[in-house]
Design a binder for this molecule. Structure first.
Ligand code: PLP
Length: 387
């Protein structure tokens, strides 16, 4: 049977996987080894030194490639390590155009590290793909998109941007962490590189920090492979195993995540103490049409503001929650609440943060897969008592 034509929900379990040869183990073993015996100088059974490749990591990398409809996957020690590897494809004087509402850590590595090496980053409004033309120059070598964005849940028309730069030598990179390949597959929409913080939905259980890159072209894959091996920020065998195990339930988890988030989004929207809810599933969301076009559901991340702008009320609301844990990160089975201004976007200058709508009273939810009634009760209690 040709594994290429498998449906997504089968690929999460079987995509890119081969049965283990020694004993037929159904799960790839954790090859906790740094090196492999050589049969003769320079000859080995496929693996030499584990920075270059490790069979457990290969299983994860093949799974990632399969899920995103790519040809090559790469697993890194964190999402940031994956971003770092992508940026190392650039040269001094190159320019990157980015959506202006991105993860704070991406902003930090762009401005705080790679700008020192002579690469410039321009943050622009890409809510309409035609806007990109005015920003392109001969120096533009990469476009960096996040869709949906963190934490304002704005969407970018990935196919529209891909078409707008199709005749140029520009790499289109999409951070697909929030959507996951369950909801959106950027390579199919024209992107060159998909990036993941697999720490989030792919791992799915808040027990690993892992990054991923997926491409669909061999020459680009070779360049990334070179960087991965040379810089060495690889994903270890244990974390590869755990991430692979998480991926096997990605489709069922995502379905429940999205259903729960939809119920919560509408609940918050109707609540008198809530001012605004940012979730692309609402018909009036400015990018709803894009969500309908490129995603199969609207995701399980949402942000909202309370009617009151007073910080003490925001803090009080968060402290009253019992099931939503106040913690960094997202995408695990358990529901989390975050305060972007001091957490995920704490490293962004205040002026930049406020320009993007990340006010002090903005609250972000990562909706888990608990019984939605319990989550609604938790929110309801925290809101109603918040006077
Ligand atoms: N991209 C997005 C959208 C994220 O939310 C994060 C982390 O929160 C990252 C990248 C970085 O990933 P990691 O924390 O795995 O290094």
């Amino acid at each position: 049977m040709d594994k290429k034509g498998l449906k997504f929900n089968t690929k999460t379990i079987h995509g890119g996987q081969a049965l283990e040869k020694a004993y037929g183990a159904v799960m790839p073993p954790i090859y906790q080894t740094s090196t492999f015996a050589q049969t003769a100088p320079g000859e080995h059974l496929g693996y030499g030194y584990a920075r270059g490749a490790n069979p457990t990591r290969t299983a994860l990398e093949n799974s990632l490639a399969s899920l995103e409809n790519g040809t090559h996957g790469f697993a890194f020690g964190s999402g940031m390590a994956a971003i770092d590897a992508v940026l190392k494809l650039l040269r001094p004087k190159d320019e990157v155009l980015c959506t202006n509402d991105i993860y704070g850590g991406s902003y930090r590595i762009f401005k705080g590290i790679f700008e020192h090496y002579g690469i410039t980053f321009k943050f622009v409004d890409l809510s309409n793909p035609t806007y990109i033309k005015q920003h392109l120059s001969t120096r533009t070598k990469m476009v960096w998109l996040e869709s949906p964005t963190n934490p304002m849940m704005q969407l970018v028309d990935i196919a529209g941007i891909a078409n707008a730069i199709a005749d140029k030598d520009i790499l289109l990179v999409v951070d697909n962490t929030f959507a996951t390949p369950y909801l959106q597959r950027p390579l199919d929409l024209g992107a060159d590189i998909v990036m993941h913080s697999a720490t989030k939905y792919l791992g799915g259980h808040s027990d690993v920090v892992v990054g991923g890159l997926i491409v669909k072209e061999t020459a680009l894959a070779e360049r990334i492979k070179f960087i991965q091996n040379s810089s060495g920020a690889i994903c270890g065998p244990m974390d590869s195993f755990l991430t692979l195990r998480g991926i096997k339930t990605l489709h069922v988890r995502m379905q429940r995540h999205c259903e729960n988030a939809e119920r919560i989004a509408y609940f918050l929207k109707e609540h008198p103490k809530v001012a605004k809810v940012y979730w692309p599933g609402f018909a009036e969301h400015p990018n709803h049409h894009i969500a309908k076009k490129q995603m199969s559901h609207f995701g399980a991340m949402l942000s909202f503001t309370l009617q009151t702008e007073a910080m003490e009320h925001t803090k009080k609301f968060i402290s009253r929650l019992k099931l939503f844990t106040l913690a960094e990160s997202l995408g695990g089975v358990e529901s989390l609440v975050g305060h972007p201004a001091t957490m995920s976007h704490g490293s962004m200058p205040e002026e930049e943060r406020l320009k993007n709508g990340i006010t002090d009273n903005l609250i972000r939810l990562s909706v888990g897969i608990e019984a939605v009634e319990d989550l609604l009760n938790d929110l309801s209690y925290a809101l109603d008592e918040n006077d």
